[in-house]
Design a binder for this molecule. Structure first.
Ligand SMILES: [Zn+2]
Length: 159
């Protein structure tokens, strides 16, 4: 087997149902903002090219909303599959470094049972704590060897 044929590990965001719902609500609000923005501004402009420009801008906003919704769906399906066939393991954090991104905070290098390494970028308090005490820390991970998917368990271990 050459290296190119080996399947790479795919990280799945094990978002809780409430987080998926929140993402969907955001998606709807963004799409409504695009539609509403067009409806409001189209009354104030008279040239056709202004209408086209505003329409294009609003369509992009609507597309962003649709993209958010689809992303929530794809992620929810992947998370459900992982929860079905995955096993909970504790992966050692071999290294961690702080990022300048407020929402990500840390990049954690985790060692898989197969001795491969994966990176988890996160700002969750549990992961930040694990990053600060690396390399003497570990994070709980749901792992599926056959589909090569994994996801860090944030918060309660009951999924
Ligand atoms: Zn995390």
């Amino acid at each position: 087997m050459n290296r190119a044929a080996t399947l790479e590990w795919t990280q799945v965001d094990l978002a809780r149902r409430s987080e998926v719902t929140a993402q969907r609500v955001t998606a709807i609000l963004v799409a409504l903002l695009g539609i509403g923005g067009f409806a409001l501004t189209v009354r104030m402009i008279f040239d056709w090219w202004e209408v086209v420009l505003v329409l294009l801008g609003c369509l992009i906003i609507v597309a962003l909303g649709v993209g958010l919704w689809l992303n929530a769906d794809v992620n929810a399906v992947a998370a459900a599959k992982l929860k079905e066939g995955g096993t909970t393991v504790s992966l050692p954090v071999v290294a961690a470094h702080e990022t300048t991104d407020e929402s990500i905070r840390y990049q954690l290098q985790l060692r898989m049972p197969s001795e491969e390494f994966v990176t988890h970028a996160c700002g969750h308090p549990a992961c930040v704590a694990a990053a600060r005490t690396a390399p003497d820390s570990a994070v709980p991970v749901l792992l599926n060897e056959s589909t090569k998917t994994w996801g860090v368990i944030h918060g309660s271990p009951q999924l």
